[in-house]
Every structure is written in C-alpha cells, then in structure tokens.
Design a binder for this molecule. Structure first.
Ligand code: CP
Length: 302
C-alpha cells in the first residue's frame, strides 16, 4: 500500500490488518515513531475532524507536521496543486493528506508524485472519504464484531455523500449482512455499490443494528436542486420516535458535522445509543494505523 485513495484498493485482509493495528494503537500496545517522515495537510475544503485528527495522529507517531494554509500559499498567485505538492516534496515532505472538491484529484496527484511519497485522500468531492469509512467500521466492530449478522442503515443525503460511497464499498468488502440505503428519491444514490435503496424510513430502519445518519449537504446541491428542510425533517429525521423503528440497542452514528434538529435530534445525537464521539476518538487511531501501514507496512505492526 503506497497511497490511500479509496476503499476498492484494499483487500479484506488489508482492511482487517488496519483495524487490528488501530485497536493496538488505541490500547497502547504499539506506538511506532517516524521522526524522519514529515507530513503535510492540504485542505481546500473546510474540516474539523479529519484535518485535526490527522494532525494529532501524525504527531503521536513522532512525525513533523505542516498544515498548509491554502489561502496564504502561492496557489493564490496561480501555482497549481501539482506544483505545490512537488515543491513540498522537494523540501522533504513524504506524506500528503489532501481534501479537495475535485473527485479524482488524489489519484491524479499520486500518479504524479515520485517514489517514496504517500498521498492520502481526506475527501474528494462527492467521490470518496475512505478514512471516515474505516473509522466508522472500527467503531461498529468494537461493539458488534460479527458483521455478517448485522443490518446497517445509512440514512439521509446519500447522493451527495462521499462517506456513503466509501461505506458501501467497505460494507461489500467486509460482507455486511444487510445494508439499507434510506433516502428520499432526490437524494438516492445514482450508483449503488452495495445495499438496497428504499424511500421508506420505517422499512429501512426496521431491525437495524446500526444507523449511520448523514448530513444534509446543501453546499453540494446543483442549481435546480430543491431543499425543503421542513418536509425532509418530517419524513426522514432521526428522532426518538423514528429511532424506535430500529432494534432496541441500535447504534447511532453520524460522520459529522451534524445539522442538529435537521437530520437528527439532540436527544438522539447525545443519547445513550449515540457513538458519534467514539467515532471521532477512533478517527485518531485509525489514521495512525493508516499512516503506519503506508510508511512501514503491516508486518512491522504485527
Ligand atoms: N466527517 C468529516 O469529514 O468531518 P470534517 O469535515 O470535520 O473533517
């Protein structure tokens, strides 16, 4: 594994090795150090969780970290992102964590970079957010390790969600028993990687062991998309009432950031079934595992 671009590049054993390493990093039984491997974060879209957890993950691994401020970088003078990456690589940066609105940009950069450079996709347009999917499954498997017996429901604005794409691909790789994709018609996926689409909240959540609620991503709507938040909320919000459609102990998850009182109510987001902050916590360890595997391979962490 030289770059971390999308879930489809990973075999099931590779996914399982990453999950095992993330858990070992979390319980403190391993903590490799890479002081000679500098990392840069380049975020062309806003982020709290992903950028800061990569920053913390790299620092815990002893890596020097540069958070590139795009607004004050020479890209404002017309420099291309490829030239920016090549310039930073010439200074010795080895790992690039990139978030960008252009789907496919991380793979383009990975193909351009020379030997010994690692590109990590921190979200590219509506295409993929593979590290989020990995930390989500880490969180699920800590509680419910037998994925083949689970029903997972992904709920909300699936069409505009790169997280939903990566989650579907990972559910397929890990042979999740049942994946339900619940959305109103206008937000249903144009391509289904895995699972069954329904516009019925009650049917989609029935018997679910895990509900992953997605953010309404108004910033990704095309011109002409209509958004009636009141109708959406009425039909699809995760509330105390609609949560009861799922199994009694169903896990509630959300990749964040949350639109409170739009797609999810406070009493559910902050309730006893919520694992939203565990997702955030696991993000640091999963990103440590991904960086470690890129730098030194999985064998070194066994
Ligand atoms: N889930 C996620 O990607 O959150 P941020 O946008 O805060 O990084």
């Amino acid at each position: 594994m030289n770059h971390f671009i999308e879930i489809s590049q990973l075999s099931k054993p590779e996914v399982m090795a990453l999950l095992k390493s993330a858990l070992s990093l979390k319980n403190g039984s391993i903590c490799p150090q890479y002081p000679a491997i500098p990392l840069a974060t380049l975020f062309y879209e806003n982020s709290t969780r992903t950028r800061i957890s990569f920053d913390l993950a790299a620092k815990r691994l002893g890596m020097p970290v540069v958070n590139v401020d795009i607004a004050t970088s020479s890209e404002a003078k017309g420099e291309s992102i490829i030239d920016t990456v090549k310039t930073l690589a010439a200074m010795g940066i080895k790992c690039f964590v990139i978030r960008h609105k252009e789907a496919g940009l991380p793979i383009k950069l990975a193909k351009t970079c020379g030997e010994g450079i690692h590109v990590i996709n921190a979200g590219d347009g509506m295409h993929a957010h593979p590290t989020q999917a990995m930390l989500d499954f880490m969180t699920i498997m800590e509680q419910k390790p037998d994925l083949s017996s689970l029903k997972i429901a992904i709920l909300g604005d699936i069409r505009h969600s790169r997280v939903a794409n990566s989650l579907q691909c990972l559910a397929a790789t890990l042979n999740v028993g049942e994946l339900s994709l619940v959305a109103p018609e206008q937000w249903q996926p144009t391509v289904v990687h895995y699972g069954t689409v329904t516009d019925s909240l009650r049917d989609g959540l029935a018997g679910a062991d895990v509900i992953i609620c997605l953010r309404v991503q108004s910033e990704r709507f095309s011109t002409g998309d209509t958004l009636d938040l009141t109708s959406y909320r009425k039909a699809y919000a995760l509330t105390k009432t609609t949560l009861a459609y799922a199994k009694k102990e169903a896990m509630v998850m959300h990749p964040g950031p949350i639109n409170r009182s739009v797609e999810i109510d406070d009493e559910v987001a902050d309730g006893p079934q919520s694992y939203i902050l565990q997702q955030v916590q696991n993000g640091v360890f999963m990103r440590m595992a991904i960086l470690s595997h890129l730098i030194s391979g999985s064998d070194s962490l066994a």
